[in-house]
Design a protein around this ligand. Structure first.
Ligand SMILES: [Zn+2]
Length: 145
């Protein structure tokens, strides 16, 4: 990290704080002693392969938006929590490419535990049930539980 005042490369970190998905660091230049703050934000090196074979960069907002749609009665904080857990599960795979179907499966897993009604809504919207019998089975399980 260069000092913005004198371009010296050697800076001391005085304080690190995690704010949302970035790290804020207060630094002091060991040459001119000026202080400044930097933010580090991680960016996924993860590509998503769509059904038609096209690829796009992973966007957590897309997951959050579809969760918000599926869980209409769930609070924003809970949707954010779920998004975080899903993101973590994807990260834990330590891969560079994931298919939309695979993401859908992870989202469904999460919904199944968190919100059964939303789970069914998401599953039907994303047509995860190619087999109507499977859908009936899932539905029955949810009604019984
Ligand atoms: Zn400096």
């Amino acid at each position: 990290m260069y000092c913005p005042f004198c371009s010296n490369e050697d800076t001391k970190v005085l304080e690190s704080r995690i704010i949302e998905n970035s790290v804020r660091r207060r630094r002091e230049c060991s040459n001119c002693n000026n202080r400044f703050t930097t933010y580090e934000k991680f960016i996924f090196n993860l590509m998503v392969e769509k059904k038609d074979g096209r690829e796009e960069e992973f966007q957590r907002n897309k997951i959050k938006n579809s969760l918000t749609k599926a869980c209409s009665k769930t609070s924003e904080e809970r949707v954010e929590e779920m998004t975080k857990r899903i993101e973590q599960k994807i990260l834990n795979k330590k891969i560079n490419k994931i298919s939309t179907q695979e993401i859908g499966k992870i989202v469904l897993q999460e919904l199944k535990e968190a919100d059964k009604v939303a789970y069914l809504r998401f599953a039907s919207v994303h047509k995860s049930f190619d087999d109507p019998e499977l859908f009936k089975k899932e539905l029955n399980q949810i009604i019984k539980s």
